[in-house]
Design a protein around this ligand. Sequence first.
Ligand code: UDP
Length: 240
Amino acid sequence: MRTDILGVAFDNVTLDEAVNRAMALLEREGPHLVVTPNAEIVQQARHDPEFARLIAQADLVLPDGVGVIYASKILGCPLKGRVPGVDFACALMDHMAQTGKRLFLLGAKPGVAQEAARRLTAQHPGLAVCGVHDGYFQEDVPVAQIIRGAGADVVFVCLGAPKQEKWAAAHGAETGARLLVGLGGSLDVFAGQVERAPESWQRLGLEWLYRTIRQPSRFRRVAKLPLFLFSAVGARIKGK
Ligand code: UDP
């Protein structure tokens, strides 16, 4: 049973449970899709029925942001906690390194995925990164074929939402991978281009504030968070 937050149904799982589910999906023929919506993505899905349908059909829907957790409390169906996409990816890579699964990194500006691969293989000994490709390509099919040729089990699709989910749904089968994970700007973080908030900020649920201070251009995106929480209050009052 999933927990509905303003039209997006989330899996109510901890980080460990999420990774165990993902590893189980890897044992079965794919493609399987993992999505990591935050408040902004829930808002997008409310105005984009195709995107909402893709999220509903995903195999694992993880609550990435603190806004989703607050909304779940407001709605009276509290989720166990945040499962940030970056943390999920790191824990999954540890398991992949132990089980010999192969990872493809797709997305971000040219050169970023290479640098992310270099750092990730150093941080997760035994991890097999079987290929990388930047996220600014014109033709989809050749990219899917490159991933198939690389023999990837898992693809981190980092093209931003909703592009990454739409790409994974349309081309996941062509890639031959069993698991495609939409991870937004994670490759920028893994490559050291974007710094993550210190742990104390993360614990306080203020990662969004830290990112906005470091990248003021994100302010317009964060400004939608109060509206999201008001929508949750409205839905609670209406008894939805
Ligand atoms: N991106 C991409 N191709 C595109 C558009 C965006 O590869 O056509 C990348 C962009 O370079 C960035 C990521 O997608 O690395 C989106 O990052 P953002 O911070 O917007 O995502 P978030 O983590 O907030 O979901």
